[in-house]
Structures are given as C-alpha cells and as structure tokens.
Design a protein around this ligand. Sequence first.
Ligand SMILES: O=C(NCCCCc1cc2cnccc2s1)c1cc(-c2ccc(F)cc2)cc(O)c1O
Ligand SMILES: [Mg+2]
Length: 214
Amino acid sequence: TRSTRPQRMLKAVQKNAIRGNPESVISAIDYFCKHSEWAMNVGDEKGCILDSVVTEVDPSTVLELGTYCGYSTVRIARLLSPGTKFITVEFNPASAEVARKIIAYAGLQDKVTLVEGASGDLIPQIKKLYGITTFDFIFLDHWKDRYLPDIKLFEEYGLLGKGSVLLADNVICPGTPEYLEYVRNSPRYESRYYPSHLEYTKVEDGLEKSLFLG
Ligand SMILES: O=C(NCCCCc1cc2cnccc2s1)c1cc(-c2ccc(F)cc2)cc(O)c1O
Ligand SMILES: [Mg+2]
C-alpha cells in the first residue's frame, strides 16, 4: 500500500542525515519539506524562535503536546541539559512510530519519553505516571481547539509553577483565538507574540510565549 507522508519523511532522514547528528536530521526534514512535500513541522523560521526560548528558559522539566514526526522534539532535546525530564505526547500512532525512529536516528532517544494518547486524558495523570510536580517549559503544537482547555487543566492539576513558560505554535494559522484571548487577558500570565510565518510558506503565523506568574 502507498506510504504515508511521515514514512516518506523518515526515508529522507535516513537517506540524507547523519546518524547521531541532530542538526543534520533537522536540515534533512526542512529540505524534504521545502523541496518534496510540505509537512506541519514547526519549521526552521519558527524553530529558531523555539530554540531561543528553550535556551533562555533552560528547563529541568519539559512537556510537548504534538510530537508529529519528532522535528520539534529533536530541536528541543538537542538543547537540554543532562538529566532534564522531557515528555512528548502524540495522538496518532503512525506519527508516533515515525517520531520514535527520527528521534532515535538523531541519537536523542534517552532524553525523551514519547507517550501516545490524547492530552485531555493524559494531563490529569502526568504527576502520578511520571513523577513530575511542575513543568518549566511547555510547547503546545497539538489540536488547536485543545490549547485553551489544556492550559486550564495545567492550572487545575497544579502543573504550572511561578515562572513556567508556555510556547504555543500556530496562534495565527490555523489559529487559536480563544487561547490567545485567555492568556493575553488573564492577570496570571505575561504574554508576548513572536511574529513569523507558517512553516515553509510566506503565510503569516507566529508563536505566543506566556509566562505563568503564579
Ligand atoms: O493541526 C496541526 N497540528 C496538530 C496535529 C494534531 C495531532 C495531535 C492531537 C493531539 C492531542 N493530544 C495530544 C497530542 C496530540 S497530537 C497543525 C496544522 C497546521 C496547518 C495545516 C494545514 C494548513 F493549511 C495550515 C496549517 C500547521 C501546524 O503547525 C500544525 O501544528
Ligand atoms: Mg504546529
């Protein structure tokens, strides 16, 4: 049967990247998406903003919602200090399967715990299952209509501490209007918008960084 886009992306990584070299995996995926097939990775332009925020926060605990093929997972994991706890969540089993292979190809499998499931089911269990108290950094890149309900779950289950940073992808395209309205108007967050473009296109998009004030 016909291969899937994630499977073709994996093939491109195995062909064009150097095993154990995260930078080459990132470049191979960006090349594939620019010259072969568009795919919904955060991409190189927004990826550089992601890198700078991760570096600035230097988190001890990280959560990513929306692994997809592992592109942003590799971008984040390559910057983390040893001993950092990094959990990434993917809903689609086929994507998760490809992500595991891409993360392993980059040599970062020991830094990442990939969990399959839906955020709404998982968030209430994270403390119990993974022994996390609070997350220093959260990257939101899953269903756009889940950003708001899930940030409320983070608050409800005490998963945010004073200084926790949330970075949300796609706040313009496809767009997360209710989430933006919430973090920009809530006295509990300090938010800042990073203008950019939809991955591999000239379409306007951006990232919203929100600092939890406690
Ligand atoms: O949908 C997007 N990402 C989410 C995939 C949802 C899968 C998961 C749900 C879920 C639930 N719980 C836990 C984990 C997870 S993972 C997405 C879409 C576009 C896009 C697509 C077409 C287009 F014309 C313009 C933009 C661009 C992007 O950067 C995206 O991120
Ligand atoms: Mg995205």
